[in-house]
Design a protein around this ligand. Sequence first.
Ligand SMILES: [Zn+2]
Ligand SMILES: [Zn+2]
Length: 246
Amino acid sequence: MECRRVYKGSLTVEAALILPLFMTGLLTLVSSLYICLLSQKIQASLHLAAQSMAISASEGRIPDTGDARDMVADSLSDSDLKFIEDGINGLDMSGSAVDGSEYLSLVVSCSFVPFSDALGIIRVPFSRKCLTHIWTGYGRGYFAGGEYVYITKDGEVYHTDRNCSHLRLSVETTSPDEVGSLRNSSGSRYRPCEHCHAHLSDKTLFVTPDGDRYHNTITCSGLKRTVYAVRKSEVPDRRPCSRCGR
Ligand SMILES: [Zn+2]
Ligand SMILES: [Zn+2]
């Protein structure tokens, strides 16, 4: 009888020792799974935010990383946000680059707080990046049927050949002395570009016949032309290009 009592007692002691370890292990496992799910959720919403900003950017709006952060936060539940150190404020988008070039780079960083961490000292750093080109029209096959054509934002024609020479920008160099007397293809004067902060004290300036700005660097984003692929039925007012159109 006495023996049995000792045996019972030792089982209780073992259980008291093992149970917390078992629970900690279980919570760590559940925390890890939750981190995986949350990572995927954040990645998916970052992707959607980048897509949305790529479209706004193509319409000339300057993307705001604060909007991207709100979009990511909106996709998360209250219990998800409790898992992130400082909640919404803990979503750091400062690594993003949305400066109006051809690409948008959204980066979100935060620290996860695992709920297995009873002492509140464990932080799991997390960072995801989404790089996207600004929207340039539908991909081929997006719509069944229909003929695709290529256009520029302010042009009056459509092109059937993506490589049409009229779609290429011809950049010309000029000097501060000459630029004042130059006129573009519409007969307008050239003004300084806001992107590259061109100034008449710059040595060499760059212009295009169709543009109305002068630039101080050939790599200025204002010297790039975005070509959009659209369905021909979407541009009924445009005439075919004299070189490639039909
Ligand atoms: Zn053409
Ligand atoms: Zn410029």
